[in-house]
Unconditional design. Structure first.
Length: 314
């Protein structure tokens, strides 16, 4: 077995460190044959509007002064930005996103009694809500900032340092803009490896350094973490717990070029976590981020759901 071989091979701390470095390099370079990770090479410029200052506290509860859009053509503001009346028309929607129900008094997803983070792909709730998560951080379409403000669409971002900065890790301003609109930011490792190929120490470095980087850049310590490709093992959970991760959200449905794909069944169910990616037109059939998200919102509405804030539930 791959993992037990790795364990037997551990002769010394120095050797482990060397192995980690090699593994990280290999993982960063290896183009894993998955649709989850598409480095952006189309040269789309970042919005660069943000300066990395922290936005509203993402760990807190949803401020109830931030209603959703139903009947919400009232010019109310979110994150200091006015929502223009009827702005949802601009994004091809025939109605605004319905306001989510009041968040539960106690978050239904809690760490395991052992202290390890809970791993969930669907939040236990009867509310007709789903959760939108967007991963990696390669594409930085400025139009998404307008859309997020117009639709008051809450989503959670899981950023990999290598994806955000193309290796420099210094391009977080765009995501700070999205955070100011009330969207939360969490970690997705430094270089997006398959964590199950790494020993504990390397996993901990990948997970915890990125959680720290997010905390530094956004001013709020992330409590959620998503492993690349959804791949994790026992060491992943121990490593994540060691740096404050309370929950590991996976997903039940994924937004792809052809539309929403379900891990089982053919429709959304209450509490489903939906995965999308910061991708450019080159990676999704010529469609922009806002094209894809508008299609996702329309499908969520068509099935009678609205979008709630993941951090209110875990
Ligand atoms: Zn990813």
């Amino acid at each position: 077995m791959r993992r037990s071989r790795a364990v037997r091979r551990r002769p010394s701390a120095a050797a482990i460190a060397a192995a980690c470095l090699l593994a990280l390099t290999a993982c960063a370079d290896a183009a894993r044959p998955t649709e989850e990770w598409f480095p952006e090479t189309t040269g789309e410029s970042a919005a660069g509007a943000g300066d990395g200052k922290p936005g509203a506290g993402q760990g807190g509860r949803t401020p109830r002064a931030l209603p959703g859009g139903a009947g919400g053509d009232d010019g109310a503001t979110q994150g200091g930005r006015a929502a223009a009346p009827g702005a949802y028309h601009r994004w091809g929607l025939d109605r605004p996103l319905a306001p989510p129900p009041e968040p539960p008094a106690a978050r239904p997803v809690r760490p395991e009694p052992s202290g390890l983070p809970a791993v969930v792909d669907r939040v236990p709730t009867r509310d007709k809500v789903v959760f939108v998560t967007i991963d990696d951080g390669v594409n930085k379409d400025p139009a998404l900032i307008d859309m997020a403000a117009d639709l008051r669409l809450p989503f959670s971002m899981f950023l990999a340092d290598s994806a955000v900065g193309g290796g420099t890790g210094e391009d977080y301003g765009y995501f700070a803009e999205l955070q100011r609109l009330g969207n939360s930011v969490h970690g997705h490792t430094l270089t997006h490896p398959d964590l199950t190929s790494l020993p504990y120490a390397a996993q901990r470095r990948q997970i915890c350094r990125q959680q720290e980087r997010v905390a530094d850049r956004f001013g709020v310590r992330p409590t959620l973490f998503r492993p690349p490709y959804g791949e994790y093992d026992a060491a992943t959970l121990r490593a994540a717990a060691s740096c404050g991760v309370r929950a590991v959200p996976l997903w039940r449905a994924e937004m792809k070029a052809g539309g929403l794909e379900y891990r089982e069944g053919d429709r959304l169910r209450p509490g489903d976590i939906v995965l999308a990616h910061f991708r450019g037109p080159g990676q999704q059939g010529g469609r922009t981020m806002t094209d894809v998200l508008a299609e996702l919102v329309r499908e969520i509405q068509r099935q009678g759901y609205t979008v709630a804030r993941l951090e209110d539930y875990m």
